[in-house]
Ligand binder design. Sequence first.
Ligand code: PLP
Length: 400
Amino acid sequence: MAFLSDAMSRIQSSATVAINSKAAEMKRAGQDVISLAAGEPDFDTPQNVRDAAIKAMSEGKTRYTAVDGIPELKEAVAAKFNRDNHLGVTASDCFVAAGGKQIIFNALVATLNPGDDVVIPVPYWVSYPEIARLCDANPVFAVADASTGFKLKPEVLDAAITPKTKWLILNTPSNPTGAAYSNDELRGLADVLLKHPQVHILTDDIYEVLVYDGGRFATIAEVEPKLRERTLTMNGVSKSHAMTGWRIGYCTGPKPLLGAMLNLQSQSTTNPSSIAQWAAVEALNGPQGFLKEWRQIFQGRRDLVVKGLNANTGLDCLTPEGAFYVFPSVKNLLGKTSGSGVALKTDEDVVMALLAETGVALVHGTAFGLPGHMRLSYAAATSQLEDAVSRIQDFCAKVR
Ligand code: PLP
């Protein structure tokens, strides 16, 4: 009898392991590596948020809390959803977990049966299909490639839905492409979803605050209130307040779903860290002025990177609306040979050769379900980005 469960054979470890271990090995050997493979802001958590955590510790707020979050945080979450997204919710419609990822995990494990379908636009954030597979459900991949600005088109969504579709997962702005849906684009998807009442929508809005060029963030339950009763709107402080290590995510959604998620979480991690919850109260209720500055910095970096990647490299990089990723096509490099003689057959060959020959670590598109691309995270200092872009340009210039 096998010791490990069947579920473990259905999921893969992170596809970025090879690239990260190679980068770490090169660093240990004293080589000059620039890693643009990470998915977290390079800023520090704002001081007022750190102070709130210290205060919570000093005041002894260090015990178990309610499973789905302290009332003060659920109030702050409801106020955020009402202020920014006009969702008209109360604290009792809100739920807190140890990161946005635990919200997604709870929701899928609480609802999926073997054989259920989950529609996932491609390219996707790596955890969506893996969690669906853990539940023995089928990820149904709906193409949202560069030809549509990496956005799901209504007709493609319609064709992907089956009677067994339980969820559609949306992520805007997107990891790995940075694409962000406009109000009108979500309207088109909402019209399709109104025809399919069996489909619930999980929208991962974790990059909400990072929309550039003055664009306005939109989320589907705001665009079509009739979908609210079957939408789980997920968000968190990881990216908005540079709090990836604190592990606080939150959501609002239908009460029966939140009740099931509460049962599940009560049998796994119980509550998220009490101290991190008090920090998150300050993050959501405190001043948000710093975000304007962060957005300006990220937008400047995005522009630098897109311009550099498109400058006679053979790469083809769209200008994304949000998040801190670009997802250029490497198709023009495939079938050729790198400067040091490596055959570039796949996008993984490209990122491995790029790392070996220039020290720049990126992630290949296949890891996100779309071969022929690579993901660059521009959550790094501008000087590092300039250096990385010029190394990428050198690498491309030597490809024959
Ligand atoms: N959703 C997306 C699209 C992400 O990129 C990430 C983190 O990289 C998460 C969710 C996870 O967020 P958290 O750190 O709050 O679990």
